[in-house]
Design a protein around this ligand. Structure first.
Ligand SMILES: [Zn+2]
Length: 106
């Protein structure tokens, strides 16, 4: 631990440490967040993965896989947040989440 050195370029690195007490944060599967055991700080799994929130994460998925945000959001809501980093990705990789713009309404 280096308390007086320069901060790393990546403030989180590969570990999740509380910015107040520097303790290793623990993942809470109930809240889907990394939390300081002293309740100083919480970090959502989206923040941990470099996105400001779930919407930003889903938008990045939509862009990565070339489908609309609406299609990703609909599938994500059906699967549930717990699957955002699991089966949602699998469905995207398998091409099972597609846009429905081609439906002819006339
Ligand atoms: Zn703390």
């Amino acid at each position: 631990m280096n308390l007086y050195g320069d901060p790393p370029s990546d403030p989180w690195g590969s570990e999740r440490r509380c910015r107040r007490c520097d303790a290793l944060m623990v993942y809470n599967p109930l809240t889907l967040q990394f939390e300081c055991t002293q309740s100083h700080e919480k970090l959502t799994i989206y923040e941990q993965n470099g996105h400001t929130d779930r919407t930003a994460y889903l938008e990045s998925l939509a862009e990565s896989y070339g489908v609309s945000f609406a299609a990703v959001k609909t599938a994500a809501d059906i699967l549930g947040e717990i699957e955002d980093f699991d089966s949602l990705i699998t469905h995207l990789e398998d091409g099972e989440i597609v846009d429905r713009e081609e439906e002819d309404l006339d």
